[in-house]
Design a protein around this ligand. Structure first.
Ligand code: PMP
Length: 291
């Protein structure tokens, strides 16, 4: 991935993709003092860019650092990079981290770096499997108690258990894993939020200890716009037995139907299909401009 062509925005400058390097003694690498975002551009416009930028800045603050650029500057950098990369539809990845000026847990004076990379990432899950519904394993690890980790931040450290869980699921032939929370309630997948349908009503977990996705909020709004009731509540894993449809949503995953989670089975149905379509039209720039 470090051998692609193009440019990367790195601390205020556009540098060749292959030269955007950090030192091995980077604090972010050793101690996970790093936060990031995942955004998608559609038709040349980054969907909900400001919300992502605000969340990036907020995530940094949760980790105790201030990204040395304003939201306007970060938005402008993302937009200019998108143009320079020449893509209309692409994935946008800003990342901020503590630098390599000193080594040790404490790194009060290390520089806060910001980089942005943009690449083409068509479908997060296998496109063929996608509309039939992807298969999820149950993850071994749980989302941590908010008293154990800053669960609201999109912080790299929180992704360690996601990668372990996703790799374990993939090794068994699954596309992803469903993580429970520290109390044993249904939480989310390793990089996307989860929704269920039962008798025409949507149920989704209350994001009190995991990321309240921007896509999640968009999907709730789209469903309500259609007059579909959405219940945000605590969901016990056994309840999955009674749900007929299930889907994941996230910036990379968009709206992806799920056919299987551990022992539970679902059929991508009317509501899932409707929301796949509604989300696809919502992200189009003409739609955004109209609002
Ligand atoms: N949960 C996790 C763990 C994620 O990585 C993501 C993707 N950022 C989401 C949920 C969905 O968030 P969003 O819709 O803001 O992309």
């Amino acid at each position: 991935f470090d051998q692609l062509d193009g440019q990367i925005w790195f601390n205020g400058e556009f540098v060749p993709w292959r030269e955007a390097k950090v030192h091995v003694l980077t604090h972010g690498l050793h101690y996970a003092s790093s936060v990031f975002e995942g955004e998608r551009a559609y038709g040349g416009r980054i969907f909900k860019l400001r919300e992502h930028t605000d969340r990036l800045i907020a995530s940094g603050r949760v980790l105790g650092f201030e990204i040395p650029y304003t939201a306007d500057e970060i938005d402008a950098a993302c937009n200019e990079l998108l143009e320079r990369q020449g893509f209309t539809d692409a994935y946008v990845r800003p990342v901020a981290w503590r630098g390599s000026e000193s080594m040790g847990v404490s790194a009060q004076n290390n520089r806060i770096n910001l980089a942005i990379a943009i690449w083409q990432w068509p479908s997060y899950f296998d496109p063929e499997q996608r509309m039939r519904g992807i298969r999820l394993d149950m993850a071994e690890y749980r989302r941590p108690d908010p008293r154990t980790a800053p669960s609201k931040a999109k912080a790299s450290g929180l992704y360690m258990i996601c990668t372990i869980s996703k790799h374990a699921a993939e090794a068994k032939g699954y596309a992803d894993a469903l993580m429970l929370d520290w109390r044993g309630r249904v939480a989310e997948a390793t990089g996307a939020n989860v929704f269920f349908v039962q008798d025409g009503v949507i149920h989704t977990p209350d994001p009190d200890c995991f990321l309240d996705g921007i896509t999640r909020r968009t999907v709730i709004e789209l469903a309500r716009r259609r007059g579909i009731e959405v219940r945000v509540r605590a969901i016990q894993p056994e309840e999955m037995e009674g749900f007929t449809e299930c889907f994941l949503c996230g910036t990379a995953a968009e709206v992806t139907p799920v056919s299987e989670i551990g022992p539970y089975r679902f059929q991508p149905g009317t509501i899932t299909r409707q929301l796949v379509e509604d989300y696809a039209s919502e992200v189009q720039p003409q739609r955004m401009a109209a609002e």
